[in-house]
Design a binder for this molecule. Structure first.
Ligand SMILES: *Cc1c(COP(=O)(O)O)cnc(C)c1O
Length: 432
């Protein structure tokens, strides 16, 4: 019997997260305070989860995953299977190339973001907090945090860019079903929101405004902490669970990847799958290439500069050294909204700077990307998130080039999420 699924038994769920910082070729440039304004580091100390801030600057290669978080991971369906894409290989007529994909789409809220949401909710509860506060753009992060908060018995307050809140009714209901309080941003709940609403009662909002509202709300209300879903080191540390499981699964399959592909907006799913393998490579145990799939709407690793910049439009974070397009750059809206971020995570940026990570960007009309998602659905049978379709597009393109050249190659793609709440995007892009 040919089994295309490579599961990992529950007792093999990793006991430690991986932190690539100590294995990097150059020391990671530390965060910096901007020249003017209040200390951003002090502000974050007051509004964020202490354990996460500690992990943010950790030099430890391995960080224990508390047993309670491992139980939460199992509750949420971990370990997640690795699949060999035999039907896609056959459809593409591949003779030399083998394709695999990791199934983060099997997440309860539809994306890999639960891996850090559960960890953050657990640490917040340990620190005696009662409420998780955040902003969301596309809605995946708000969904993941709503879920994690509910499992830990915490409240969750989400500030959601009004322009998206207004049309993504299904995801709004999803979050409320999990007990979250969801405000369209700008809202009347904060000073900055009220100011903007007096100027324009139908203000469409922006991610920067939503971040500012969330931080203001979290700093003024008792028991609140602010949670971030991508970019920061502690988020990539939590996401390392993806790659660590996959390393074990490749051992079971008696195979090794030559190329790892993931989509990249802020870098959390890409970092999650790639950094544990990159660490093996930096320690001399493996040869592998890494490819980030981006949108031409936000090609931070391709058109960006490697310099210090703010993590948010509202300039509330410290300055981080990243490949950035500039924190106030306007980016054309796309259906894969999760990829529309101005900068790539400092840990991924450091590897990009050393050319260990390569990148490709697809046109903002997203046509070739949705075509790839359709092929994937019709061969492998899984409806993936628009963001994940970028990884599949890049995986298919790389496979075809290698196969025509007669190169034996093993390609691993990360499927960051499912597309069940993105049917409208499919309808629009594929004219169905
Ligand atoms: C948020 C999200 C992304 C992009 O964020 P990264 O931090 O770059 O991973 C990609 N895919 C899905 C499904 C998402 O929800």
């Amino acid at each position: 019997m040919k089994a295309n699924q490579i599961p990992l038994p529950i007792n093999k769920l990793p006991k430690k997260w991986y932190n690539i910082a100590p294995d990097l070729p150059d020391p990671l440039p530390p965060p910096k305070e901007p020249e003017s304004g209040p200390s951003r580091a002090m502000f974050l100390k007051k509004t964020m989860i202490n354990e996460c801030l500690k992990q943010e600057s950790s030099k430890d290669r391995w960080i224990d995953i508390p047993e309670e978080i491992r139980e939460l991971y199992i509750q949420a369906g971990r370990p997640r299977p690795l699949y060999r894409a035999r039907r896609l290989e056959k459809f593409l007529g591949l003779k030399n190339v083998r394709l695999y994909y990791k199934r983060e789409d099997l997440s309860p809220t539809g994306s890999h973001k639960v891996n850090t949401a559960l960890a953050q909710a657990f640490f917040a509860a340990e620190e005696g907090k009662t409420t998780l506060v955040t902003e969301t753009g596309a809605g995946q992060w708000g969904s993941a945090l709503s879920y994690a908060a509910k499992l830990m018995g915490l409240s969750c307050v989400v500030f959601w860019v009004r322009a998206v809140y207004d049309w993504k009714m299904d995801r709004r209901t999803f979050m409320r079903l999990l007990g979250a309080t969801v405000h369209p941003s700008p809202s009347k709940k904060t000073k900055i929101g009220r100011e903007l609403l007096t100027k324009d009662t139908k203000h469409p909002g922006s991610l920067g405004i939503a971040v500012s509202e969330g931080l203001e709300y979290a700093s003024l209300n008792e028991g609140c902490v602010y949670s971030l879903g991508s970019v920061l080191n502690h988020v990539l540390i939590h996401q390392s669970i993806i790659g660590l499981e996959t390393i074990e699964q490749f051992k079971l399959a008696d195979d090794t990847p030559d190329l790892i592909v993931g989509c990249l907006g802020g870098g959390s799913n890409f970092g999650g799958i790639a950094l544990p393998f990159a660490g093996e490579m930096l320690r001399g145990n493996l040869e592998c290439e890494f490819l980030a799939a981006q949108s031409e709407s936000a090609p931070n690793l391709i058109k960006g500069e490697y310099r210090y910049d703010f993590g948010d439009v509202a300039e509330q974070t410290p300055l981080l050294k990243m490949f950035t397009l500039g924190h106030q750059t306007e980016m054309k809206p796309i259906r894969a909204d999760g990829l529309r971020y101005h900068a790539a995570a400092p840990l991924v940026s450091a590897l990009r700077n050393r050319e260990i990570v390569k990148a490709v960007a697809y046109p903002a009309d997203e046509k070739v990307v949705f075509d790839a998602a359709k092929v994937f659905f019709q061969t492998e049978g899984w409806l993936i998130a628009p963001e994940s379709a970028y990884a599949v597009r890049a995986g298919i393109d790389e496979a075809l080039v290698a196969d025509r050249a007669g190169a034996k190659k093993v390609i691993l793609m990360n499927i960051s999420g499912h597309g069940f709440l993105d049917i409208e995007a499919y309808r629009d892009k594929l004219r169905l």
